[in-house]
Design a protein. Structure first.
Length: 336
């Protein structure tokens, strides 16, 4: 694990740096890497923007320690602040440091190489391991707790919404039946359960449990809630996502800021309804064949970026906070 370059290849590195660095030309510029991971993107941004200070947030303490060591070895320690937190705590992280706004923010919504390659947290169905799936091992909610405590309706909603799973309800029912006889504690158990539920004639390519694991990962870590709340930040916003639901959420959020929030055909658009984002990418940037050849994990990446042109209207933020608060209330009852 000492050679981080060997286990972690940042996805669309040049494209991300090209989008972030122009906002960091002035002395005292601040960029926040909201999902620091193993600091591949962070090191490149610090190298390209010598005037900038980078705040690196990660909810995974192990990854944060390795990233801090990597940045120190690269000679950027004096322009780097590591923070152990989830990225929905973005506002609190800045307030604690007396920072009113930042010039750029970056989010990589996929699992880091560390989380994929290590086999003891149950992120992947490729290894039989405990059903944990916590990016922050200090939190209480685990995938095992979700499967042991959530009812059929909630499990169905999670698998359908976060995993776009066609057989969400039969899988949820099978989980509830199964746990009455034996608790689901390992990724292998869950993999076999889903394999027994999804009809072979209706399976998409790949492992039939893929969407269920994806949905559990999002539920345990609150990724979509965090995304919606965090995007209220200012400056340049650069986001990499790795599955269709995350990309749809990013696209939907950005589109609402790129277009006037008024009925079609309104002759005069009030100032408060004018667009508040400017596009920095044309649609989503994808990995080209050259990158795919050296980094197969880039196959599903979608990179989108916008620049904040004016403050986001409060009513727009409210739409996302209400949904996130509802999910947090539900999780609180489970022990998160």
């Amino acid at each position: 694990m000492n050679d981080l370059n060997a286990i972690h290849q940042p996805v669309l590195l040049e494209e991300c740096v090209g989008l972030i660095a122009p906002a960091l030309r002035n002395p005292g510029s601040v960029v926040v890497d909201c999902t620091l991971g193993l600091a591949g993107h962070a090191c490149a941004v610090l190298a390209a923007a010598p005037q900038a200070h980078l705040i690196g947030i990660d909810r995974d303490a192990e990854a944060l320690a390795l990233a801090t060591e990597r940045i120190r070895d690269a000679g950027f320690a004096d322009r780097f602040t590591p923070v152990h937190a989830a990225f929905d705590q973005f506002g609190d992280v800045l307030a604690e440091r007396g920072i009113a706004h930042v010039q750029a923010a970056f989010m990589d919504l996929g699992l880091s190489s560390l989380q994929i390659d290590e086999t003891d947290r149950g992120f992947s169905y490729a290894h039989d391991s405990p059903l944990d799936m916590r990016m922050d091992t200090g939190q209480s909610l685990t995938a095992r707790a979700v499967l042991a405590s959530y009812d059929v309706e909630r499990l169905t909603w999670i698998f359908r919404t976060y995993g776009e799973e066609r057989f969400a309800r039969p899988i949820a029912r099978a989980i509830v039946r199964s746990r009455e006889e034996e608790p689901l504690v390992s990724s292998g158990q869950l993999d076999r359960l889903v394999d027994g539920v999804v009809p072979r004639a209706h399976r998409a390519p790949g492992n039939p449990a893929k969407r269920v694991f994806q949905a559990l990962r999002i539920e345990v870590n609150g990724e979509l809630d965090n995304l919606a709340l965090h995007l209220a930040g200012g400056g340049r916003l650069v986001v990499e996502s790795y599955h269709s639901l995350e990309d749809k959420t990013v696209k939907s959020f950005m589109n609402q800021g790129l277009h006037a929030d008024v009925p079609v055909g309104l002759p005069v658009i009030p100032d408060e309804d004018q667009p508040f984002f400017e596009p920095l990418t044309r649609g989503a940037i994808k990995a080209d064949p050259r990158e795919l050849a050296i980094n197969p994990r880039a196959a599903s990446v979608r990179l989108r970026a916008v620049a904040l042109s004016r403050p986001i209207p409060p009513r727009f933020i409210k739409r996302f906070t209400q949904a996130a608060q509802a999910d947090d209330t539900y999780r609180a009852g489970i022990g998160r």
